[in-house]
Design a protein around this ligand. Structure first.
Ligand code: ZN
Length: 75
C-alpha cells in the first residue's frame, strides 16, 4: 500500500514537473523570439504624411513628396 502511494506521488511529481518545464520552455521561447519587429513609423516634416518603412532603416523617403525623414519616436 505504502509503496503504491509512493509510486503515485512519484508519477504525479514527474508529470507535474514535465508540464511545468514544458510551460516554462514555451514561455521562454515566446519571450526570446518576438514574432517580428514592428515597422518604423515616419512622419514627413514637410507634408506631415505618416508612413511606415522596414525596421532597421535610419532614414526613409516620404512617398508623397520625396523628403528624407528620421523615424518618428512615439515615446
Ligand atoms: Zn512628405
Amino acid at each position: 500500500m505504502r509503496a503504491e502511494h509512493l509510486i503515485w506521488i512519484y508519477v504525479v511529481l514527474g508529470v507535474g514537473s514535465m508540464t511545468a518545464l514544458a510551460l516554462f520552455e514555451e514561455y521562454r521561447r515566446r519571450s526570446f523570439n518576438p514574432p517580428r519587429a514592428p515597422d518604423l513609423v515616419f512622419r514627413c516634416r514637410q507634408c506631415s504624411l505618416v508612413y511606415t518603412d522596414d525596421p532597421g532603416v535610419e532614414r526613409s523617403r516620404c512617398p508623397g513628396c520625396g523628403v528624407t525623414n528620421e523615424p518618428y519616436d512615439f515615446r
